[in-house]
Design a protein around this ligand. Structure first.
Ligand code: FBP
Length: 333
């Protein structure tokens, strides 16, 4: 079975990037071990603190963030990191060629119920010396040199791309090595599966409600086929399913908080997942534009996310751009 680093060497990934990905796998093994210890390691439950997103931090959020931050910043190739759990960027070696943005523990509402969580990462090149501070990170997702996630589930998997297709590695707990278990991942063009938090239905724009109503109408409706729904409440797990068997995953904008219509973050959720999905032949859109072409304004910026099987994303966008949408439901606000 091929191990991670020799596989990357064959890709002629440069030594600096290889070293950064190696550092991420070391962190992943440690986080995986702590997660699997769960209550035995006393790492479940919440802290009394809130992160910059206004979310109560889980103990494992803080632990995973500290671990990633400390170990990444020891790596001379890392210029700075940006994390969901850090207000601002944290700078490292001035000569570091790479920037790493990460969500240390995605799906943290699943931690205390022993369900699926993950770590998501995006690696960007350090821009020229004239750019400093947070501005270094404000690059479109097309600039990513690598992106991926670690899924902590029944097995721990590392899934990533360096722009040469998507690969999946599984952690062999016996030898403590990530071994290649799937390569050249391709997302089927068509699908009968969608993932959305339906409980937000009344808050969506009419066009999104129309799209979902027609999915639910199945073969009795204009889509003439039945669709199944899934929602794991951890983007890393819902996107992993899309990479494995296709589907559409979306967290659209809604009117719950007019000044904050979106939930998911561009830099360490939207961009890395968009690079993976596109590398596997799918599409990833905000509803207005390709996610990877969004020019970031700040590191915790939020965006709408519609990604997955190309044909289904295209169909969803056709509904969203149908300004004549006369589809109305009783709950129209
Ligand atoms: P964090 O857990 O990193 O804050 O991520 C946000 C997230 O948990 C996504 O992983 C997931 O897709 C979504 O929020 C679930 O949202 P909801 O609670 O509305 O189902």
């Amino acid at each position: 079975m091929q191990r991670l680093i020799p596989t990357l060497r064959r890709d002629q990934v440069d030594e600096g990037l290889l070293s950064v990905i190696n550092t991420l796998q070391i962190c992943a093994k440690e986080i995986s071990f702590r997660l699997h210890q769960g209550e035995l390691a006393g790492v479940l439950g919440s802290t009394l603190d809130e992160n910059i997103q206004g979310e109560t931090q889980k103990m494992l959020d803080v632990l995973a963030n500290q671990l990633l931050k400390d170990i990444l910043l020891e790596n001379p190739h890392v210029r700075a990191v940006a994390s969901e759990e850090e207000d601002g960027i944290v700078e490292g070696e001035k000569t570091g060629e790479y920037l790493v943005a990460f969500d240390p523990l995605d799906g943290s509402s699943n931690i205390d119920i022993n369900s699926l969580v993950g770590t998501i990462f995006s690696i960007l090149p350090t821009p020229d010396k004239t750019t400093s501070g947070e501005d270094m990170f404000l690059q479109p997702g097309t600039n990513q040199v690598a992106a991926g996630y670690v899924l902590y589930g029944p097995s721990t998997m590392l899934v990533f791309t360096t722009g040469r297709g998507v690969r999946m590695f599984t952690l062999d707990q016996k030898v403590g090595e990530f071994l290649l278990t799937d390569t050249d991942i391709e997302i089927p063009n068509e699908t009968c599966e969608f993932a959305i938090n339906m409980s937000n239905y009344r808050h969506w724009q009419p066009q999104m409600r129309h799209y979902v109503d027609d999915l639910l109408a199945g073969e009795t409706g204009p889509r003439c086929k039945n669709f199944n729904m899934r929602w794991i409440a951890a983007m890393v797990a819902d996107v992993h399913r899309v990479l494995c068997r296709g589907g559409l995953f979306t967290y659209p904008g809604d009117n719950r908080k007019p000044n904050k219509p979106y939930k998911l973050r561009l830099m360490y959720e939207g961009n890395p997942m968009a690079m993976l999905v596109e590398q596997a032949g799918g599409l990833a859109h905000t509803g207005e534009q390709r996610i990877l072409e969004v020019q970031p304004e700040h590191i915790h910026q939020r965006v709408g996310v519609i990604l997955g099987s190309a044909q289904e994303v295209t169909t969803c966008l056709e509904y969203l751009t149908d300004s004549q949408d006369s589809h109305s439901t009783a709950t129209d606000v």
